[in-house]
Design a protein around this ligand. Structure first.
Ligand SMILES: CC(C)(COP(=O)(O)OP(=O)(O)OC[C@H]1O[C@@H](n2cnc3c(N)ncnc32)[C@H](O)[C@@H]1OP(=O)(O)O)[C@@H](O)C(=O)NCCC(=O)NCCS
Length: 185
């Protein structure tokens, strides 16, 4: 059975340390909430090239198809999923095995409270145990929050792909950000 997020509720989250303890691996019952948060962000037009809607059934299949090195986490505030995050291999090429693309999505009404930062810190902490040495993010043109989240955590702006994809009929640039998780040799 899956659960959707309740509407019109506010996070009662307090400190950063208590917030981090609310992160757990996503389960099938989170599929509805994950899809709802994803679709909220898609509606903004700047978060992703993905198109919705993502209902519980579609997200359940998505969760089930992910491999060991493509985990999904949620921040579960006493039964209310406020955010989700994920890692996925950056490339199918074996020599890029240590590079992961990260994803962080926070519910509209839980933003601006440090939840995104908590989720990204958690990914940075978890990634090395999964064999990743670098995280890469793809930030669409106009996604000021996504870029601020990454650069505020120390990600470097690698550069910008010109007209890398389309949202509807509109071309969008994509800025690549990266964080190396090991010291350089
Ligand atoms: C990006 C996102 C995850 C940020 O989540 P959040 O919980 O609001 O972020 P936080 O409150 O933790 O703030 C993180 C940083 O972003 C900055 N920020 C947040 N919203 C911002 C905005 N709209 N414009 C500019 N900066 C913003 C904060 O000031 C903070 O900066 P700091 O680290 O220098 O203090 C959220 O806006 C979201 O889910 N967007 C849709 C999905 C997406 O674009 N994900 C990123 C690419 S995977």
């Amino acid at each position: 059975m899956t659960t959707a997020r309740p509407t019109a509720r506010r996070s009662m989250l307090t400190g950063v340390s208590s917030r981090a303890r609310l992160i757990r691996r996503a389960e099938g019952r989170d599929a509805g909430a994950i899809g709802e948060i994803y679709d909220e962000a898609i509606a903004s037009g700047v978060a992703t090239f993905a198109r919705g809607p993502h209902d519980a059934g579609e997200r359940t299949s998505w969760l089930a198809a992910r491999g060991d090195r493509a985990p999904v986490w949620v921040l579960d505030d006493h039964g209310d999923v406020l955010a989700w995050s994920a890692l996925a291999p950056f490339s199918h090429r074996s020599w890029y095995d240590g590079v992961a693309e990260y994803t962080v999505y926070v519910a509209d009404d839980a933003r601006g409270q440090g939840v995104g930062r908590t989720m990204l810190d958690h990914l940075v902490d978890e990634a090395p145990a999964l064999g990743y040495w670098k995280l890469v993010g793809m930030i669409l043109e106009g996604n000021d929050a996504g870029l601020a989240l990454a650069t505020g955590r120390g990600f470097r702006q690698v550069g910008t792909h010109n007209a890398h994809g389309r949202v509807g009929d509109d071309w969008r640039d994509v800025t690549v950000v990266e964080l190396h998780l090991e010291e350089r040799p």
